[in-house]
Design a protein around this ligand. Structure first.
Ligand SMILES: Cc1cc2nc3c(=O)[nH]c(=O)nc-3n(C[C@H](O)[C@H](O)[C@H](O)COP(=O)(O)O)c2cc1C
Length: 304
């Protein structure tokens, strides 16, 4: 039975990767189990300067999911390179995915350039859900032209494979994926969180201090599947699927929609052993569904 998957930048023993922001810098989980079983790890979103994140409360529970507005809290690229990655290297021996964020073009490019020099990084994953301060706060990931220019500029400045992590908060996901392809990126990660909110019935105010936040978890799986399917039909780039995955059956479903590998996000917050359990279950589910080689099922539903 084969669970090995190759995508530009990474040779994965299995397609399971904890998603950015839900697995810290990875080493924290080494206290629970041998994290070397993971296909790879997507690190906490990193910006050029340290960020303290948004005011509390910044998490709200929902049916089948949660809303977060962490606000990209992170110690900044210098500390990530000098402290966080060396700690991870001690307990994890495979290449990782660096998740890059920023508020301006310059921030993104500089942060990507610094990760590009780090041997342990296999892929640069660009989170384009961030607002562009110079353009008055519009998210990089919702404007085709801005996304194209950002992707092109990053590609020009780095050697490692660049994957754009698409925001689902758009009306036409295919045109944004096409803009990435035109800019020459190496892959896509999809999807990031959906914009959502909750209101406290007693205070009559939004639960989250930031008012709105990113909705994730099992409830968003159908949206993620639909977008991956639409993009895989029209764009020739490897896709790392993400959004609402909580078990090995979900993994197969997302691969059938066109994903080559899978990221697990909110499920890590519910159960720190989630990725381990999914990796262990995967061969059994493959057997049950008569799948010998995971590579054979990628995009299997696309002709339907
Ligand atoms: C608490 C929390 C923090 C997150 N932080 C980041 C981040 O720093 N960078 C990023 O690209 N995505 C971030 N995400 C989005 C996840 O990586 C993932 O795309 C999203 O949660 C959808 O997957 P899921 O439904 O499996 O959670 C975060 C999600 C959560 C729940």
């Amino acid at each position: 039975m084969n669970t090995k998957i190759n995508i530009p930048g990474l040779e994965l023993d299995n397609p399971i990767i904890p998603a950015s922001g839900t697995f810290g810098f990875g080493y924290e989980f080494a206290n629970y189990y041998d994290i070397n079983i993971l296909g790879s790890i997507s690190l906490k979103g990193t910006t050029l300067e340290a960020r303290y994140g948004n005011p509390l409360p910044r998490i709200a529970e929902c049916k089948e999911g949660l809303i977060n507005a962490i606000g990209l809290q992170n110690p900044g690229i210098d500390k990530v390179l000098s402290e966080e990655i060396p700690k991870l290297e001690k307990v994890y021996h495979k290449k990782v995915i660096a998740n890059v964020a920023g508020s301006t073009f310059e921030d993104y490019v500089e942060c990507a350039k610094r990760f590009d020099k780090c041997d342990n990084v296999g892929i640069l994953e660009i989170n384009v859900s961030c607002p562009n301060v110079k353009e008055g706060g519009i998210s990089f990931g919702v404007d085709e032209k801005m996304l194209y220019e950002l992707a092109l500029e990053i590609k020009k400045n780095v050697k490692k494979p660049v994957y754009i992590k698409l925001s689902p908060n758009v009306s036409d996901i295919v045109s944004l994926a096409k803009a990435c392809q035109k800019a020459g990126v190496d892959g896509l990660v999809m999807i990031n969180t959906l914009l959502g909110m909750r209101i406290d019935l007693n205070t009559r105010k939004p639960v989250i201090a930031n008012k709105m936040g990113g909705f994730s978890g099992p409830a968003i799986k159908p949206v993620a599947l639909r977008m991956i399917y639409q993009v895989a039909k029209e764009v020739d780039l490897p896709i790392i699927g993400c959004g609402g995955i909580s078990n090995a059956y979900d993994v197969i479903e997302m691969m059938l929609a066109g994903a080559s590998a899978i990221q697990i996000g909110s499920e890590n917050l519910i159960d720190p052993y989630a990725c381990k359990k999914i990796i262990e279950d995967l061969p059994n589910v493959m057997k049950e569904l008569n799948i010998e080689n995971l590579n054979d099922i990628i995009g299997g539903a696309l002709n339907e």
